[in-house]
Each structure stands twice: as C-alpha cells, then as structure tokens.
Design a protein around this ligand. Sequence first.
Ligand code: ADP
Length: 615
Amino acid sequence: MTSPGIVRKTQRVVGIALFFLLIVLFLPLQAIIFFEFTELERRTVTSNIERAINIIDDERQQLLQLTRDNASWNDTYSFAQGQNDGFIEQIFNQSSFETNRLNLLIILDTAGKVRAYKTYQFDAARGTANEAEVLRRVNESGLLSRIGPDYGATEILQMPGLPLILSAHPILTNDFVGPSMGTMIMGRSLDTARIAQLGTQLRLDLQVHRLDQPDRSEAINSAMREITTAGAPVVTPLTMDSVAGYGLVTSAAGVPTLLIQVSSGREIAWIGRTTALYTLIAFVAAGMIAMVMLTKLLNQLILDRLGRLIEGVKAIGTDRDLGHRVSLDDHDELSLLADTINETLRALEQAEYERREAEMLRQQMWEDVIASRRNFLATVSHELRTPLTPIRGYADLMLHGIGGEITPDQQHFLQMIQQNSRRMEAMVNDLLVMGQLDAGRIELRTELLAVAPAIASVLTMLEQQIQQQQVTVSVEIPSDLPMVYADAHRLDQILANLIGNAVKYTRAGGRVQIRASYGGADRVEVAIHDTGIGMSTTEMDRLFTPFYRADSVMSAQISGTGLGLSISRSLVELHGGTISVQSTPDVGSVFRFTLPTGAAPGAVAPLAQASAAAR
Ligand code: ADP
C-alpha cells in the first residue's frame, strides 16, 4: 500500500529544494558560464582587432623597408642629384608598381622640389587627388619633419577618397652614406580590396572606416565614443549571431586616423548559450530523475512498509484481538515503531487479562452478595410472616369477643393491632415477592381476564384507605374493552400498588381517576391519574429502583418500603407490557401500564362499566 499524501509531500519538498537550488546555485552558475563565454568572446574579438591593427603596422613597416631599400641606392642618389633622368621610367615602371603594390612615388631633391611624381591606379580612380593636393597634404602631415639623415618614417594619410600609407626615407648611397640628396616618398593605398586581402590573410572579416568624413554612421560614432572612454578597443554585439570589434589606427602624432572593424560570428557566445541551456536541461532532467528515484525509493523503503504496518494495526482493530502482532523487517525507525506497537499490544493484552480477571472476581463477589441478600430476604420475610398470622388471628378472635367482653378502649387497641399487622403483612409480602422476582422464581399463570372486575376488587380492598385519605376515586372503562392475558393475582398486585400509591400520595379532597382503554397493537392500557403531590424529573428517573423513596415523602413521614413500583414494573414486564410515568410536582401524576389483549376491541362480551366512588 502506498500513501499518496507522503509521496506528494516529499515531491513537494524535493521540488522546493530543487527550485531553491536552481535559484541559489544554478542561476548564478548559469550567469557565470554566460559571463565567462561573453568575456572569452570579448577577448577573442579584441585580440582580432589587435591583430588587424598589427597587420596595418606591418604594412607600414614593410613599406618603410621598401622605401629604405630604394632610397639608399646609388642610382636613386644620382637621380636626385639631377642625373640619370631615365631612371624612374626604367625602374619604377608599371610592373614594379604592381609587384610592390605601390600607388604613389615621389622624389624630392634637397631643396624639396619635386624631382619625380608618379602614381599608379591612384589619380584615375580619385580625381580629387592631384599632385599639388597630394604634396600639400604630405607637407601638412609632418611626415617629412620626422625623417632623419639616415632613417625614415611612416604615416597614414587621409587622401580624398582613400586612406594612404606613406613612408619617407632620405636618399642615400648604397652604403647608407649621406649627405642625403633628397627624400623618397612611397604611398600605398589602403583601399577596400587591400583591406579585404589583409582580412583574408588574417582570416577575419575586416573593414576600415575613415574618420575624416562628417557623415559617419551612428554605429561608428558610438564605437568612437566608447573607445575614447575606455582607451582600448571595444566589442559590441551586432545581432544574436554577429559581433563587431572596433579599434583605432592613429597617426604618428596620435590622432585617430582609421577605425578598424572586425566582424565575426558569435560561435563562442553561442557555445556559452547552448552550454547554459544544456546544463539547465541536464539539471532539470537530473531533478526529475531524482524525484522519480526518490518516489520509488520512498515507496520501497518506507511507504510499502508503513502500509504493511497500518494494515497490521488495522487488522488488530478489526479483529479486536490484542494477541495479534505486527512485524517489519530491517532495523530502522519503522521497525522500531512496529516493536513499540507490539510492546504496547503486549501491555494492553496483559491489562485486558487483568481487567477480565478482576471483572470475573467482582462478578463472582456480586453474585455471592446477591445470593446472600436473596437468602437473607427470603429467610427474614418468611420468619417475619410466621408470627404475624397468629397475631392478626388472635386479635380477630378477641375483637369477635371470643376471649370475653372487651371495653371500647380495648376494642380500639385491638383494631390498631389488626391494622398494623395487616400493613406489616403487606410489607413482608412485598419483600417476599421482591426476593422471588430477583431469583426469577415467579411464574405467571396467565388467563383471559376482564380488567374492570380486577379494578373493582382492588378498590374494595382499598376502601378503608380511600376513606381515610378522603380522596374521590372514579373509574372509566369502555364497555367493549378487550380482555387481557394476565395472572389474576399479579394483576391485583400491580393495581393495588399503583392505585394504593395514587391514594396514598394525594391529599384530602384530591381525585384519583382510573381509565382503561384499548392502546392499539394488541395492548390494553390502564392509566391511574391523581391530583397528588407529584414528583420532580430527577425523582422520576429513580422511581422504579428498589427501595427508592422520594425525599419529600420521607420527610412527610408517609409510610412505605420503596418496593411497590419496582415490583409492579417487574410484573408488568413479565406480562410483556410496559410501565411509564408522567408527573408534575404539586399537580399530580399519571402511571400507565399495558397488558397484552386476548382479542381485538369489541371481540369480547361487553362488561359493565365499573365505577366506584368512596369517601
Ligand atoms: P412506597 O412504598 O414508598 O410507596 P413505591 O415503590 O410504591 O414505594 O414508590 C416509590 C416512591 O415513588 C414513593 O416513595 C414516592 O416517593 C413515589 N411515588 C409513587 N407513586 C407516587 C404518586 N402517585 N405520587 C407521588 N409520588 C409517588
């Protein structure tokens, strides 16, 4: 058996733990991974920019080397001196320009006068770059002021239409000996084709942006701002898939001349992103696997065993057998719980055993007490009754004058003896009947009886008491009342008790009404109403308990044993009937009892309605 509640709760706990782990551990980890890869991307792009800047530097150095080689040459030397006029056409022909990727050659004499000015694929494409303009810009750039007697210099110049790498070197002899006969200037344009070439060489997507044009794009402007702020190359992602790095190429005077842009794919960032995603997927998958495993283990190690334990305890409850024991393998808290349950069961079993023993002992003692009380009652009532009969007999004889003439006083005393011995006899009889009922020794001799004559006979018997109490007694019995199955003697006893009580507990001038009727369901109901002292609810609750008498009755010193109602109830119930009471203090009471009928109403010969009234 499993307990879905515990499984769900555990899953919730693990879920929450994983969630917090995700937040506390995993998300920062993700951020770190992402950050590291972004940083790696930044470093890679920055290094690419540096490589691009370096290759342009190399280009400058290479051009300087070429200028140096050609400027330190006797032929050039004599050409600068005004000799060897065919030298330029001969040496710096088209193929030489092409081979050396030259676009501009200028030779100045010592006075700064142009001795030679030659271009290749230079003027034609860019009409604005005429000789005078080129010379003006060269002069303005300060390049010539940076060369020495035996060393040259380079510069990047913004010519209209294209950036140009320039290098200048003093013209010397073959052995680098002066005095310098002028300056040789070589120019190599950095046009798109050359930039593309350099990019291919570096395996980079390279672009060069001029900075001397006012209509620069916003991307260039913002890159410029960032570089100025950072003082270093900057890296800006362009889209999810491409990133651009920007770096500056500055002139010898430190003025930014060109902005180099290196664009590349974002493989590194993509690897970072996918790594982060895969770790997330792995984490979630691991969490789910952990959850499934945990549920499985929880079921296997705890819940199944807990289920067995619950079943075992349930079986004990169902069978109500404390002799059952629960068993669980392994040595853990659950088996400890099983042991504890077994211990408790053992203790309960022992306690139950001891309780039963004590119960049996008490029962035995109680039965002994009952038996001895019964014996005592039987013996005492028998012994008490024996002398009563001769006492009453002799009093009768004396009252009838058998023992001689008696005075009026003697007659009165004898009547008192007679009356009290009768009461005593009645009490002893009650005790005897009580004892017999207790012992279950009363056997009913039932027969079909009419209720009215029984009531009439009891009223006759109570006539003297009714007169003394000064109560009015009336009887109402329908003529077609069915007969009842009852023991005549016991019915008399019931009626005598109930009517006797009604008379006894009603004050002078009060009324007692006896009504018999067919109560349905094969029952005849007899109700005795009185306008007597009544009783409270608490008194009513204890009314049929043997020897019980209400406090008010005791204090009013009304004689009685407290046995009459108890005997009446037992007798009514022996007949298969019921007895009940309704009462209000100082208003009166109604006692009702039922007896089984012999036939349906009207099936029996009508009986004369009996009624009696006495004072
Ligand atoms: P007792 O011999 O005292 O009459 P019973 O068993 O006949 O004994 O009655 C028990 C008690 O019930 C009485 O003592 C009395 O307190 C109360 N009782 C019985 N019948 C009536 C009644 N008709 N009106 C008031 N109280 C009654």
